[in-house]
Write a protein that binds this ligand. Sequence first.
Ligand SMILES: [Mg+2]
Length: 150
Amino acid sequence: MIHEAVIVDVDGTLAEFNPSEVHQWVLGVEKDWDPFFEHMRNAPAITNVLKLVKLLKAQGQHIVICSGRPDSHREATVEWLKQQDVPFDAVYLRPNNTDHLADEVVKDQLLKAMHNDGYQPWLVLDDRTAVVDHWRAMGLTCLQCAPGDF
Ligand SMILES: [Mg+2]
């Protein structure tokens, strides 16, 4: 069964996120996830993106959440998505012990996993320029929802 799908990023796309506030925890090679999750636990949703995701879901698209957040903290991410009433069909996260890999490398791997699971993504919502460029290089249409030069 093939599912048409839209890939949606979390931080900076669905969740309000200020790179300058969190960079010391997650934007280097060494990640310190616990304070990051504590900080993002009550992050407000970005309402216009959430509205678009709900419209796409209502039109029959599968919503595939895809984040460079680690799988070890899956529960916290799923909880936030539910708390904010984000519709989603699947959640793909950074595999454990891959903190050294750049977000775009991780997302490339996650796209392969989606294909293996029967998802056929055609559209991506993301904010970070390096990742946006990578999605486009992989042949997907990516709508960049915020300035993402960090
Ligand atoms: Mg992001």
